[in-house]
Design a protein around this ligand. Structure first.
Ligand code: FES
Ligand SMILES: [Fe+2]
Length: 435
């Protein structure tokens, strides 16, 4: 349970809020590369932390991120023409390059004016199938972050975006809430739930709902790290050969301010809950593993399909007018009446309303990681407001990992299984220079 004031600090992300200021110190995905499929393709209108932006790919393939409204008199550039090295406003034809350089002002023939001024543009990187931007203070731009999924061939990676009308924290909390996996995602976690039996799934190495145990009241241990924290959900494991007790452990890192890594048997799911505004979140899911990945299969297990989602605008369209897409006639064989993991997570977040009032909850021990996430976010905001860098700022994330369900002896320590989490430190100068 939180005070109303704490809830406001955690959930409001605009430019004049403590959380908004803290989050502006980080790079974020702004769209997928696939949403700008070719040079001069249609521009995208989107938002980040309450600021409206237009994203476009110029004739050379360079991506630009500009404030949405034209610097001349405020028409949306998302209506503009993308052509010959820039984006041109429909109203009076002012044209801007990806870096904001003013290339043309047909109704004002003064070259010096064009040289003196620049359209508000933000730094851009394209990596890992995503376009990233940084909208924070210019003199505090951090090194570009490095995650494991940025390495290796593109076919080992599947990138999916989903825009959900709910505050980012509702979605992020679900990502550090292991105890819901075996219940909400029953059909993915335990295909024999209808018979009150547990059967571990071993047929899908990309299933993040795969659990090795039917124990739905895991014990949670949390440990702080330089990027935020990681936690383990310990479930009862099968007895060892000598009869001694074991644990099935599942480890999830929470990388502040908006990221976690969810384990599947052979893949890692990097999930970013990027706030477009206080009440809309772009979830980016990057499934990454040691072999080629079938993106259509990932979309299937996520339960994402028409009419509630499409791959182009990526908006999740379920509303109460259509029962949020629930098919109750299927609930004899489907626990939820929904189609898959991400659909279930998104629908539940929407069902809480745009911004949940957390002063009315009744937390239990299984919510320990959720409680810790809030505490670490508040700590980071406080620290930042006092003039320090936020938690996770400039930390090398290359070796940060989740761990799928793994059986260990009851007296073994789970943290020894993820040394890259425990040892994560600052990005070195050499890495900074390369990025
Ligand atoms: S408003 Fe864009 S050119 Fe005039
Ligand atoms: Fe979930």
């Amino acid at each position: 349970m939180l005070t109303t004031e704490e809830n406001e600090i955690l959930t409001r992300v605009g430019p004049d809020t403590p959380m908004g200021r803290m989050m502006r110190r980080f790079w974020f995905p702004i769209c997928t590369s696939a949403q700008l499929p070719e040079p001069d393709s249609d521009p995208l209108r989107t938002s980040l932390l309450g600021e409206n932006l237009v994203v476009f790919r110029d004739s050379d393939g360079q991506v630009g991120v500009l404030e949405e409204l034209c610097m001349h008199r405020g028409v949306s550039l998302a209506l503009g023409r993308v052509e010959k090295g820039g984006i041109r406003c429909l109203y009076h034809g002012w044209k801007f390059a990806a870096d904001g350089t003013i290339l043309d002002t047909p109704n004002h023939c003064n070259a010096r004016f064009r040289q003196r001024m620049k359209a508000p543009a933000f730094p851009v990187r394209e990596a890992g199938g995503l376009v990233w931007t940084y909208i924070g203070p210019k003199d505090q731009q951090p090194p570009f972050p490095h995650y494991a999924f940025l390495d290796g061939p593109a076919e080992h990676r599947a990138v999916i975006r989903l825009n959900t009308p709910a505050n980012y924290l509702q979605l992020f909390e679900g990502g550090v809430d292991s105890s819901h996996v075996g219940i909400l995602h029953s059909n993915q976690a335990n295909p024999t739930w209808m018979d009150d039996e547990f059967t571990a799934r071993d047929d899908e190495d990309f299933n993040p709902g795969a659990l090795a145990s039917g124990d739905n009241a895991p014990t949670l241990d949390v440990e702080d790290t330089a990027f935020g924290f990681h936690y383990v959900a310990k479930r009862q494991g099968p007895p060892a050969a000598d009869g001694s007790a074991t644990h099935s452990v599942r480890i999830t890192p929470a990388i502040l301010p908006v990221t976690r890594i969810i384990p599947a048997p052979a893949f890692q799911f990097f999930v970013f809950e990027v706030p477009q505004s206080d009440t809309v979140t772009s979830t980016y899911i990057i499934a990454h593993g040691p072999k080629p990945i079938d993106r259509a299969e990932i979309i299937r297990i996520m339960g994402l399909k028409e009419p509630f989602w499409n791959d182009e605008d990526c908006d999740f369209r379920a509303t109460w007018a259509d029962g949020l897409g629930q098919d109750r006639s299927r609930m004899t064989t489907s626990w939820t009446g929904f189609d898959g993991i991400e659909q279930e997570d998104a629908v539940l977040a929407i069902s809480m309303g745009p911004i949940l009032d957390r002063s009315k909850e009744h937390m239990v021990a299984a919510d320990r990681a959720v409680i810790h996430l809030r505490a670490r976010l508040l700590e980071s905001v406080r620290h930042h407001e006092e003039g320090h860098d936020p938690i996770a700022h400039g930390i090398d994330l290359t070796h940060v990992r989740s761990l799928p369900d793994t059986v260990i002896a009851a007296d073994d320590h789970w943290r020894d299984l993820v040394p890259g989490n425990v040892d994560a430190g600052a990005i070195t100068t050499a890495e900074t220079a390369q990025s």
